[in-house]
Design a protein around this ligand. Structure first.
Ligand SMILES: [Cu+2]
Length: 480
């Protein structure tokens, strides 16, 4: 078996279709899901941030952090239209926070950098869910520590569930035909420990690993029924963008974007997922073929690769699938109408706001302190400065400009429409409701601000390359 670690290292130069998908499927063990913590009936859940050890690779174990377990957290399932009582306890020896990425809740429940939970303390926000069913996630968001804390494992998936997936015709058996997949890349040292030493290119580009990790596991195969399989893709990587496709070029049916279901599936052969984004796709495995989810190299290269950073990678296997015909098939055909929606706003006449994501070049960047290498509209993030004050109920047209490289731009407390990308209509995958969008050059967003956020607990807008965010590419705003 070829080590999956080598897929990213540049040692292997095979075209992607020649990867030994079958061999890998026969020799590697089955991927498991994060434990499901179903709070739809109880209306409450409890998370404990804790220290543990995880054996990612054969070389040894790594110290890791997780919620209720050693690495990552459970998949939280909460009910649409109800309020769920959350309880988060921190047993780690430094402050953390838990941001509910994708939830439209007020700033005082959002879990941003102003809501740190000190060692030994417990945070108990109520999560009042008024938005449609969707796949969200949660992760730490302490300014200056987010990248390291997420790298250590402080993240998990959160499903808003309305109990109607069966009538939509969607696969919905957790871990069988409804797979939750947290995509992360990591590096490990010779003893199997997570290696998060940042080189200067890492600090500029964001951290890129050489080993694919799914749900905290390396080298696994997803064993699935012979039927329609749903993938809830969550990019929980610090900086890697995955241009995804299936190894035999077959279609993926996009059913949901960050903030919920589309009206009808969009058929795609390529789907790019940037840090912070979620996409749900259906894949048709009724023919029983063993295929794989594969990724092209990270497309983010500074100045078109002129800096000599990036560009040496090859495509790699993200996750092989092995069809087990003995597993019961719940769904054997694609749904046509899934009853969600796509934003249909008209940006004309809407007040504009410019948001420019800035980087310092080479030496200019190295001369700066780590906390202000990056900025927005010329200013590095400052905990004590409110950048925008926005009246509740306002609709704005945000013009985002990305400097030097592509930046995944996320706004807390809202769901937006992508009006344009690079002066053109948005790509098909960006026509649904979004809270994070990959900005290549520029993008225009139509945003409505409906959740309150005070001076004490403002909302963030930031680049979701976590090293950029920690380095100052973030701002904050109030709504009220
Ligand atoms: Cu960035």
């Amino acid at each position: 078996m070829i080590s999956r670690r080598n897929f990213l290292s540049g040692l292997s130069t095979l075209p992607v279709t020649m990867y030994p998908v079958l061999a890998a499927a026969q020799t590697s063990s089955a991927l498991t899901m994060p434990p499901l913590l179903d709070a739809t009936k109880t209306g409450r859940f409890q998370l404990t941030a804790q220290r543990g050890t995880t054996a990612f690779v054969d070389a040894g174990t790594s110290e890791t952090w997780g919620f209720n377990q050693s690495y990552l957290g459970p998949t939280l399932r909460i009910a649409a239209g109800k309020t769920t009582a959350a309880e988060v306890q921190n047993t780690l020896n430094e402050p953390i926070s838990v941001h509910w990425h994708g939830l439209m809740v007020p700033g005082d429940a959002d879990g941003g950098p102003h809501q740190t939970i000190a060692q030994g303390e417990t945070w108990t926000p109520d999560l009042a869910i008024t938005q449609p069913a969707s796949t969200a996630w949660y992760h730490s968001h302490v300014h200056g520590s987010t990248a390291r804390q997420v790298q250590n494992g402080l993240a998990g998936v959160l499903q808003i569930d309305d109990g109607r997936d069966e009538e939509r015709g969607l696969p919905n058996t957790y871990g069988v035909d409804d797979l939750t997949l947290v995509l992360q890349d990591r590096r490990f040292d010779r003893r199997g420990r997570i290696d998060y030493d940042l080189s200067m290119p890492d600090q500029m580009m964001g951290f890129l690993g050489d080993t694919m990790v799914i749900n905290g596991q390396v080298g696994r195969t997803a064993v699935v029924p012979r039927g329609i399989v749903r993938l809830r893709l969550v990019n929980g990587s610090n900086a890697r963008i995955y241009p995804l496709s299936l190894s035999d070029g077959r279609e993926m049916h996009l059913i949901a974007t960050d903030n919920g279901y589309l009206d009808r599936p969009i058929v795609l052969t390529n789907l790019t997922i940037a840090p912070g984004e979620r996409y749900e796709v259906l894949i048709d495995l009724t023919d029983g073929s063993d295929i794989a989810l594969v990724s092209a190299p990270n497309p983010n290269q500074m100045m078109g690769g002129m800096m000599g950073i990036g560009g040496t990678e090859t495509s790699f296997v993200v996750l092989p699938f092995s069809v087990d015909s003995t597993l019961p098939t719940a769904k054997d055909r694609m749904p046509n109408d899934i009853g969600g929606s796509r934003p249909q706003g008209d940006g004309s006449g809407i007040p504009e706001r410019s948001v420019t994501l800035d980087m310092q070049m080479g030496m200019g960047m190295m001369m700066r302190r780590a906390s202000n290498r990056f900025s927005i509209n010329g200013d590095a993030f400052d905990m004590d400065t409110i950048n925008f004050e926005i009246p509740r109920g306002t609709v704005e047209r945000w013009k985002i400009t990305a400097d030097m490289m592509m930046h995944p731009f996320h706004v807390h407390g809202v769901s937006f429409q992508v009006l344009s990308q690079g002066g053109r209509s948005p790509t098909a995958q960006n026509t649904g409701w979004k809270d994070t969008v990959l900005v290549d050059g520029n993008a225009e967003l139509l945003v409505r601000f409906d959740q309150d956020a005070s001076n004490e607990t403002p909302f963030m807008y930031h680049c979701h390359i976590l090293e950029h965010e920690d380095g100052g590419m973030m701002g904050q705003f109030t709504v009220g």
